[in-house]
Ligand binder design. Structure first.
Ligand SMILES: Nc1ncnc2c1ncn2[C@@H]1O[C@H](COP(=O)(O)OP(=O)(O)OP(=O)(O)O)[C@@H](O)[C@H]1O
Ligand SMILES: [Mg+2]
Length: 406
């Protein structure tokens, strides 16, 4: 009895090993166990960040133990088992989060647990350091946040996060201060703000509006309703922001993101690096293409803008963003500020409602001001026509570049 069960056990182990070897050979694209062994040896020798699988380690050890191949070269290899095991864990996580449903669940979990900036710290971050964005302030990368300390390795929960690293400490303090004053319906959920480093750790969003543009154009989803509801959503978020007394200062597609909230897409602002609390402090790092030329000139001349002028400037940037999202790549020359009238003429028939609203703001050459009540009226008018944005979040996740990066 005992013999037959240990026999079975042995057979099982053998089959398992064979399977592992096949998987590995496939992964390394080698034909024989010898070549596989050579590949693994090379990988470990190079000490590269190559993501070696758990099977690789087991198989590697077994190959040596069974003397399937020559073991001479193993003597001079220093196997850093810990780092290999770490990379295995991370690699498994990477594959796990390439599945939209896991990503969705984890963001939902993040939403439930977080918003208490002191709960997590640097020690809870497992580094992946996958670069996703470079800006004037530093780099943004994907890492993993370890949710619980005491769980076993098996059910350890790691969820993907975005880490924004600052070169300038003052910029870090400034952006952190603004982010913590805002509601998560305006900006990404905060995991925590670095205490030992100038880093902000936050929810990893699905994609920027720039990537969203590509998505809707390649999938034939550009409609008047979609654009106008995107416009309304952005204006709502802007109103919330302005009600807090904060100006964004750099509204453009790459600083707007789509995130999952309770499983559905939500539009948020990113990058509060140019944000400020009041008109005197109005930093304005506007990207010229998204800023009204006259406003740009006023700032350049050292003029302080009034609140009404800043409100107008922010809304103008939202309009330019919508215009950018609307334009197919072939017509991007119409994005040039001097071609605005031509742009309106060309797209008026295809997107009548959206153009109607954009027109009023983009062509306003009389006064560059919008009052609080004028914004409220604009929102009321828009609410009558729009529906919420409906699109396939899963498709968007798959199409967005993030999937290729974790
Ligand atoms: N939470 C996030 N989720 C997903 N991607 C993000 C996130 N935060 C930032 N990114 C990506 O990183 C890019 C740069 O981030 P951000 O705009 O905050 O940095 P920045 O240094 O202020 O950039 P810039 O000065 O160019 O505007 C974004 O455009 C976006 O592509
Ligand atoms: Mg930015």
């Amino acid at each position: 009895m005992g013999n037959s069960s240990s026999q079975k056990e042995l057979e099982f182990q053998k089959t398992e090993l064979n399977c592992r070897e096949i998987i590995l050979r496939d992964q390394f694209q080698v034909d024989s166990p010898h070549d596989l062994y050579e590949q693994l040896t090379k990988t470990i020798k190079q000490k590269t960040k190559f993501k070696i699988q758990e099977q690789a380690l087991t198989c590697y050890k077994t190959l040596i133990a069974n003397s399937t191949c020559s073991t001479n070269s193993t003597m001079d290899i220093e196997i850093d088992q810990r780092s290999i095991l770490n990379s295995i864990k991370l690699n498994e996580m990477v594959r796990y989060y390439q599945d939209f449903n896991h990503y969705k669940d984890s963001i939902y979990q993040l939403e439930q647990i977080l918003e208490s900036p002191h709960m997590f710290s640097e020690k809870d971050v497992q580094l992946l350091q996958q670069h996703i964005g470079k800006g004037s302030q530093g780099n943004v990368e994907i890492n993993f946040l370890q949710l619980s300390q005491n769980s076993t390795a098996k059910d350890q929960q790691l969820i993907p996060i975005a880490t924004k690293k600052f070169e300038d400490k003052n910029q870090f303090i400034r952006e952190s201060a603004i982010l913590t004053q805002l509601d998560k319906s305006i900006r990404p959920i905060l995991a925590f703000i670095g205490s030992n480093s100038s880093e902000i750790h936050m929810e990893l969003c699905i994609c920027t509006l720039g990537q969203f543009k590509t998505f809707i154009h390649t999938n034939n989803l550009v409609t008047d309703k979609l654009l106008i509801s995107l416009f309304l959503k952005l204006l709502f978020k802007l109103q919330q922001l302005l009600n807090k007394g904060i100006f964004h200062g750099d509204i453009k597609p790459e600083n707007i993101t789509i995130a999952l909230r309770e499983g559905h897409a939500s539009v948020l602002f990113l990058d509060f690096g140019a944000s400020s609390w009041d008109a005197d402090d109005y930093l304005n790092y506007y990207t010229p293409a998204f800023c009204k030329f006259e406003i740009f000139q006023m700032i350049d001349n050292g003029q302080t803008l009034s609140k009404e002028e800043i409100r107008y400037a922010e809304i103008y940037s939202i309009c330019r963003t919508i215009q950018y999202v609307m334009l197919p790549q072939a017509s991007e020359s119409l994005f040039n500020q001097k071609n605005i009238s031509q742009f309106i003429e060309q797209f008026e028939k295809t997107f009548p409602s959206t153009i109607q609203f954009l027109k009023d703001i983009l062509l306003n050459s009389v006064n560059s001001k919008i009052s609080e009540s004028q914004l409220q009226v604009l929102l009321e008018k828009l609410k009558h026509i729009t529906q919420s944005i409906k699109f396939d979040e899963q498709q968007l996740f798959i199409t967005s570049s993030i999937i290729n990066k974790i």
